[in-house]
Ligand binder design. Sequence first.
Ligand code: GAL
Length: 299
Amino acid sequence: MQNGTLWTDRDGLPLHAHGGWILQYEDTYYWYGEDRRDRFYVSCYMSRNLKDWTFRNHILTMDSPMQPYRVRTKLQLKREDGGKVNLERPKVIWNRKTGKFVLWAHFENGNDYTEAAAAVATCDTPDGDFTYHGHFNPYGYMSRDCTLFQDEDGTAYFISAARDNADMHVYRLSEDYMNVDALVNRLWQGEYREAPAVTKIGDTYYMLTSFCTGWAPNQGKYAVSDSMEGRWSSLKDIGDVTTYHSQPAFILQRDGKVLYFGDRWGGGGEKYFTSGYVVYPLTEKNGELTMQCTEEALL
Ligand code: GAL
């Protein structure tokens, strides 16, 4: 697969899973991401080898079942005029205690980016029809570009850009992953970081982010910490001034390799649908992270 292009699934159809996420569950990889076609929001593909992807389901659409829960949220999958809302950067983790697959995403009302909310959906299977539980502003904060991180002990975190993207917030999730439990970190105030992606190498946590320039790529940066809830380092450059023409989506580790998955956005409007993907290997040495730009996705 050539980096920067829109990859295809096993049927030869474009793979629409932008701003996405790969979950490894049992011996299968599930790739979730934005699918803005028709009445879809989030699509899911599966693979055993990360190369051959089979389309599984449009797991979240305008017609998904909705169900309230104890957290007060707004249940809305359509605009008042019947048009689409905006669900971006969906991420899914499996909760060992409840057996549920829990999805978090960035919700906007479809007209502008003023809602800045977090959305939650769940399912009993990784690729079934997810039930939508609505959106909310964690502790009243704005919540835009986001990611999840699940630690080895099962503790999970929701990370999202707050205050019109000025600050990056880290929330620890409740045990069932259905709510935020505490705001444990407010990082890099006024640095306007977006598109967070977290990975853990050995005992060290790494967070990659982009700067805030819409669909246009910019200089990627990363930071290091001994704990998700502890003190994070200042930001250091990674990749070149365009992060090799990409914006972070997520980081996946496989067979000792650390793989950066990024989006090469086509742009807004119709150009969005030409957006492609990149996978660049990351290398850690003495706490420093470097990104290697390759022509092919070395999966
Ligand atoms: C980017 C963001 C994308 C999308 C886009 C819209 O900064 O990372 O997820 O929201 O802006 O312009």
